[in-house]
Structures are given as structure tokens and as C-alpha cells.
Design a protein around this ligand. Structure first.
Ligand SMILES: CC(C)(COP(=O)(O)OP(=O)(O)OC[C@H]1O[C@@H](n2cnc3c(N)ncnc32)[C@H](O)[C@@H]1OP(=O)(O)O)[C@@H](O)C(=O)NCCC(=O)NCCS
Length: 148
């Protein structure tokens, strides 16, 4: 992602999130995080933001333009972002709204599984709260095997 992509990224974000990130947050993420976009014919169709911390990463945010969802772009973009993290990254964590079944299905498809449930974590419409599903993708299982 480059600074010139931020308007297009914000336009996608505003269509898909209840509490969208701001342009300032995206500008910050260009500097601080591994921020990937997927584009076709010069048009930004999606983005993925990973925060690397030592040998781990957090998947902070990803989205595909609603007009282009369901075509495999999310899977391809996420797999590319995971590859770009490099072999030194042994696990990736994320949080996702419990109701976001399409995202959870995508995450499971690329190797994440649930490890926890954070109750009443997200704001929801009508002053309600929603649980967060905590997931991990163990990229290098060997790193977690202990000798006898
Ligand atoms: C989640 C999201 C990124 C998926 O992107 P996508 O390009 O539509 O995903 P893909 O086409 O690669 O589909 C991957 C898998 O996700 C699941 N999936 C996608 N759309 C789905 C839907 N409408 N209902 C149920 N499962 C769905 C399926 O398991 C699918 O695999 P399959 O095609 O083999 O069945 C996209 O729906 C999105 O941007 N949602 C809004 C933002 C969001 O929720 N981001 C994640 C939390 S930050």
C-alpha cells in the first residue's frame, strides 16, 4: 500500500465496517505495518494490514471491495500477505466479530483456528456488544515442539 492508495482503501473500508478506520490510521499503517493491496487494471480491490512483532504477527484488518467479493481475491491476498511475512514469522493472531461468518470461513480456509472468545468486545448497533473470536495460524509447528 502506498499513500496514493489511501482514498481507494478508505472507500472500501467505509462500505464494509461498522467502525471504519480513518485515512490517518491507514496513512500510519503505510509507515508502520506490512500493508498489502490487491489491484486489477490499476483499481484497488482490497487491502490487508499485518503488524509484525518479533517472530509473530497480528492481522489487524482486511477487506475486499463488496463488488468483488466471493471471487477468491480475499484468499489470494491473505496467502500473499502471509508469504510476505517471511519464514521467521511462526504464528499470526487475529480477532474477528463472532457474526462475521464469511471472514471466519476464509481464515479457517487459510489455516487459522479459534483459540479463545473475548466476550462483549466489539461495539454493535443499538448500544449492543458483540463477542470477538480470537484465532491463530501456526505457520511453523516445529518451532513449538519441545525435546523429551
Ligand atoms: C472476509 C472477506 C475479506 C473475504 O473476501 P472474499 O474475496 O470475498 O473471499 P474469497 O472469495 O477468497 O472466499 C474465501 C472463503 O471465505 C468464505 N466466504 C466468502 N464469502 C462468503 C459468504 N458470503 N458467506 C460465507 N462464506 C464466505 C468461503 O469459505 C470462501 O471459500 P470458498 O470460496 O472456498 O467457499 C470479505 O468478505 C470482506 O471484505 N468482508 C468485509 C470486511 C471484513 O469482514 N474483513 C474481515 C475482518 S477485518
Amino acid at each position: 500500500m502506498q499513500h496514493t492508495d489511501i482514498n481507494a482503501v478508505c472507500a472500501i473500508e467505509q462500505q464494509v465496517q461498522f467502525h471504519p478506520w480513518t485515512a490517518t490510521q491507514f496513512a500510519d499503517s503505510v509507515e508502520r505495518y506490512q500493508s498489502t493491496v490487491v489491484e486489477q487494471d490499476g483499481k484497488i480491490l482490497g487491502f490487508c494490514i499485518m503488524q509484525k512483532v518479533l517472530d509473530e504477527a497480528n492481522l489487524l484488518l482486511m477487506a475486499i471491495d463488496p463488488k468483488y467479493q466471493g471471487q477468491g481475491l480475499g484468499t489470494t491476498m491473505l496467502n500473499d500477505a502471509i508469504t510476505r511475512l517471511g519464514s521467521a514469522c511462526v504464528q499470526i493472531f487475529l480477532e474477528v466479530r463472532e457474526s462475521n461468518l464469511s471472514a471466519i470461513a476464509l481464515y479457517e480456509k487459510v489455516g487459522f483456528h479459534q483459540i479463545d472468545l473475548r466476550k462483549n468486545y466489539y461495539p454493535a448497533p443499538n448500544h449492543q456488544k458483540e463477542h470477538a473470536v480470537i484465532m491463530v495460524n501456526m505457520l511453523n509447528e516445529d518451532a513449538f515442539q519441545f525435546g523429551q
